[in-house]
Ligand binder design. Structure first.
Ligand code: SAM
Length: 389
């Protein structure tokens, strides 16, 4: 089996599915022995090896070679899936797999253009923030025969990311049954992103609801024993199109509602600004290590210690001692925070020039946040802009 580097993971979404989960999905997706199974991003052939006849598509030549060994009877195409999908006339009884999860920052170039164009032609307009798995699901769905099924591992983002809304809408308008399994214990223990499962059945039909099941640990769950909670499309919309909201138990929700309706009880959000977090647009650039702040000669008034990721948080509270410890450990937590009122020093200007050289201003959120960066002014016209609190 191919050794997966962190770069491979981020650039190509190369994360391989544990056998038991691949089996669970393939067994669900296949109804007859002769059903032809498609894995649109087959990796080293885990899903293909579980069923014959099967067809796989894969970008990476080493993975293609491993797939041939693991699934010698499968037809495997060494290609970009979207290229292949735009020319194939084949249609499939079932599809299963784990599409690459490549975040929008890296999901770029011709593949992205083609992927978004194909999705668009299928009536799904994906935003600039869409990760690769979204067009993979949509385009794969359209390659099914009427009545076809698909079963995929999907990022837990399907439960809350705005760009997953058109994907779920597409699924509901093209499949009779759309099921999502929210998985609490991570399928991929070494990944920070959670993964859920998506099941869709009856291609060519339409679903008026999404069925959601919650599973603590997939190794202890079976699809036919799960409690499927029906969520009408209207209640999904009322919940801001977030499936995650339905993870709260019915008892928890009714307790919350009854507390809210009591006299003297107010929502915290009605009394105070509860917004947390900020978007820098380029975390690796805007967060410096204390040693870098010193090296670039950036005065302290231009940086502020920040909580960059929740993993950084200790149990309990963040005290001055905790922050001092982050600084002593030289963690990259010093957020470069500039305001219009500040006169830039030469140290700050030279750091901003490094940003220009690295083309930070062209990153999606640096381009799309308002006010923007103005690289024409030689050094970035810093703003309070790119840092949105
Ligand atoms: C998450 S892995 C899944 C592999 C396999 N299905 C499994 O679950 O074990 C995704 C695979 O998609 C491949 N990939 C990434 N972009 C692709 C593309 N545009 N076309 C085809 N394969 C692609 C990667 O090389 C990687 O092997």
């Amino acid at each position: 089996m191919k050794v997966i580097s962190l770069e491979d993971r981020k650039q190509f979404g190369r994360v391989f599915t544990p056998r038991a989960i691949a089996r669970m999905l393939v067994v669900w997706a296949i109804r007859r022995d002769q059903d032809v199974l498609l894995d649109p991003a087959c990796g080293d052939g885990e899903f293909l090896a579980l069923h014959h006849p099967s067809v796989g598509v894969e970008l990476d030549s080493d993975c293609v070679a491993s797939s041939h060994i693991r699934a010698p009877k499968a037809s495997i195409y060494h290609s970009d899936f979207f290229q292949w999908a735009s020319t194939t006339t084949a249609r499939f009884d079932a599809a299963a797999g784990n599409p690459p999860f490549i975040r929008y920052q890296r999901f770029s170039g011709k593949t992205r253009l083609l992927a978004l164009d194909l999705a668009n032609k299928l009536g799904v307009r994906l935003s600039g923030l869409a990760s690769s798995w979204a067009p993979f699901l949509v385009v794969t769905g359209a390659l099914l025969k009427p009545g076809g099924r698909m079963a995929f591992v999907v990022p837990a983002e399907i439960g809350h990311a705005p760009y997953s809304i058109p994907v779920i809408q597409y699924l509901c308008s093209h499949f009779e049954l759309v099921r999502v399994v929210a998985v609490r214990k991570s399928i991929f223990s070494d990944l920070s992103e959670g993964a859920w499962l998506l099941l869709a059945d009856g291609y060519g039909g339409a679903a008026k609801r999404i069925e959601l099941a919650i599973c603590d640990d997939l190794s202890e769950c079976r699809f036919d024993e799960m409690a499927w909670k029906p969520i009408s499309l209207t209640s999904w919309e009322d919940a801001g199109f977030r499936l995650r909201k339905f993870l709260i138990s019915d008892e928890g929700l009714s307790l919350y509602r009854s507390i809210c309706s009591r006299e003297g009880v107010s929502r915290l959000g009605d009394l105070a600004n509860t917004g947390i977090g900020y978007v820098s647009g380029a975390n690796d650039y805007f967060h410096l290590k204390p040693s870098e702040v010193k090296r670039y000669g950036i005065p302290n008034r231009f940086v502020v210690p920040a909580i960059r990721r929740s993993r950084q948080l200790p149990v309990g509270s963040v005290s001055t001692e905790v922050v001092d410890q982050w600084i002593v450990s030289d963690l990259p937590i010093m957020l470069l925070r500039l305001t219009r009122a500040q006169r830039l020093t030469s140290g700050v200007k030279s750091y901003l020039n490094i940003g220009i050289a690295r083309n930070v201003q062209s990153r999606y959120k640096c381009r799309n946040r308002d006010p923007r960066w103005f690289p024409a002014r030689r050094y970035l016209s810093y703003t309070s802009s790119h840092i949105r609190i």
